[in-house]
Design a protein around this ligand. Structure first.
Ligand SMILES: [Zn+2]
Ligand SMILES: [Zn+2]
Length: 179
């Protein structure tokens, strides 16, 4: 049973959860994302614990993505670790406001018998995808004038790509603050 754990086997000492996320689930989660699925993998390293009748999952979701760089469109390899703190409750909808919602904690449902990590993982994978991936921090992007890849050629156009302009402003602001 991949990514599904019987609640009666979870103790207060905790149950280690170290599994590769099946390619099928990764593909399903990232179906709307522009990425090279053959080179996208994910792995969960976490622990399930039972404390006073509540089930907690705490750990990391390690994600390796291959997607187009947001500046130059070449392959960007993105490796990230998303922290997971999930509280599994019997019926999330029946919960009223008396339960204080903690910050940085996500809630998920279980059926009283089995903790199924798949819906949560699908959601966390989507959330982990960066909006503006970069092939490298110093990527020069494409020239807004002629479209040449500025990492490969110097076309001598001076126009700034939009991202560079905002970054320039930011660095000016920072220097004012520090100075
Ligand atoms: Zn790039
Ligand atoms: Zn150019």
């Amino acid at each position: 049973m991949e990514l599904r754990y019987k609640i009666k086997e979870i103790s207060s000492e905790g149950l280690p959860v170290t599994e590769a996320i099946p390619a099928e689930l990764v593909g399903e989660a990232l179906s709307g994302v522009d990425c090279d699925l053959g080179h996208c993998t994910a792995r969960i390293e976490a622990r399930l614990c039972e404390v006073e009748g509540q089930i907690y999952l705490h750990g990391l979701l390690n994600v390796d993505l291959s997607m187009p760089c947001s500046r130059c469109l070449q392959v960007a390899r993105v490796a990230l670790k998303a922290p997971l703190t999930i509280v599994y409750v019997r019926d999330a909808k029946a919960d009223d406001d008396s339960n204080e919602e903690l910050e940085d904690v996500d809630y998920a449902e279980h059926d009283g018998k089995v903790i199924d990590l798949r819906p949560m993982l699908r959601e966390q994978l989507i959330l982990a995808v960066p909006l503006a991936p970069l092939c490298k921090q110093s990527c020069q992007g494409l020239c807004p004038t002629c479209g040449e890849d500025r990492n490969l050629t110097d076309c001598h156009h001076t126009g700034e790509a939009p991202e560079s302009v905002s970054e320039l402003r930011f660095s000016v602001l920072k220097s004012i603050k520090l100075g």
